[in-house]
Write a protein of this length. Structure first.
Length: 334
């Protein structure tokens, strides 16, 4: 008896067009998407062009000044670009800029992270909201206002702190005070810490708010205390964000001008003690000497500005490398 075999052919689903998928991935399927893509790309290129133009201008004017300089630009403690022959160096300015920024970061970062954790994980909403609002207002205060407050309020009230530091830590030499007005790099560091505190706090607060709720609930379910939850879940998740916030604050500290100029008593000398007047910063030196500078003096100030420009780029680049290495703490794989 013959049997007939029937073969059933499954219906084939249509394959999506590869070209359409690629166009969709590029965001070029509609005119509006193409326009937005072009504007975004053009904006990014424009930023790079502006940065390159700034670097080229600073480099050209700096080379003109350095070519006429009779002193070592990197190690000289003298600043006399209008002399015959001109002599100037950035050793004192680099020291003052770096030291005052480090002092500001040491003071501001722990306090800012603590405030951000308090607002997001400890304070009730009725208390955390007003505190966050006040911090937002502090971030918008102009630097000239901070400078006036520092000169009129902060400086006259630092004698007690300077005396205490000299009494108990003066033996180190770094915190030895020989009297006089407390217009030193240490005072500048305190003022800069107050200025960058709102920026670091605001960014850190927003990062801590993004911590997945299930991570915290899982830690609590395992019997962790609130501090253990913060240490094991919140801080690892927000580490890269805190680093980014700190770099934003450091950028403002490095380039702050008017507030530093109103508080610091500059002199082209490096003191072993942070409490004695002396030193200076790049931005403060440019602001105080630019109006009275000759053509050669302005080129010399531009040369110092180029160094500050390079330092800022290096700081931002280092921050990007740190953040890239800390991606495993983002919480995505936790």
């Amino acid at each position: 008896m013959d049997t007939s075999t029937q073969t059933t052919t499954a219906p084939q689903t249509p394959q999506p067009s590869v070209t359409v998928d690629k166009r969709a991935a590029r965001g070029a399927t509609r005119p509006g998407d193409r326009v937005f893509l072009g504007l975004s790309r053009g904006s990014g290129i424009l930023v790079l062009v502006i940065m390159a133009a700034i670097a080229a201008f600073l480099t050209y004017r700096a080379l003109l000044a350095i070519g006429e300089n009779e002193a070592n630009f990197f190690t000289s403690f003298e600043w006399n670009p209008s002399g015959i022959p001109p002599k100037f160096g950035i050793a004192v300015l680099a020291f003052g800029t770096i030291v005052s920024s480090i002092i500001a970061m040491v003071i501001a970062v722990p306090i800012a992270v603590g405030i951000a954790l308090f607002i997001t994980h400890y304070a009730p909403r009725k208390l955390g909201g007003p505190i966050a609002y006040v911090i937002d207002l502090l971030a918008a205060v102009p630097s000239i206002v901070y400078g006036l407050w520092g000169a009129l309020v902060l400086v006259p009230h630092l004698d007690g702190l300077y005396g205490w530091l000299d009494e108990y830590l003066g033996w180190t030499g770094v915190l030895e005070w020989h009297g006089g007005a407390p217009r030193s790099l240490f005072t500048v560091g305190i003022l800069l810490a107050i200025m960058i505190l709102p920026i670091i706090t605001n960014v850190s607060r927003e990062v801590f708010r993004q911590v997945p709720r299930m991570h915290e609930e899982a830690a609590l379910a395992l019997g962790a205390t609130r501090w253990e939850v913060i240490r094991m879940s919140v801080l690892p998740f927000g580490r890269s964000g805190v680093i980014s916030a700190s770099m934003l604050g450091l950028g403002r500290a490095l380039g702050e001008t008017m507030a530093v100029a109103m508080v610091l008593s500059p002199s082209f000398d490096i003191s072993a003690s942070l409490l004695d007047p002396g030193g200076g910063t790049f931005a403060q030196n440019i602001a105080s000497k630019f109006n009275e500078a000759t053509v050669m003096g302005r080129d010399a100030l531009i040369a110092s500005g180029l160094v500050l420009f390079v330092i800022t780029l290096l700081v931002n680049g280092a921050a990007r490398l740190i953040i890239a290495r800390r991606k495993e703490y983002s919480g995505a794989n936790a």
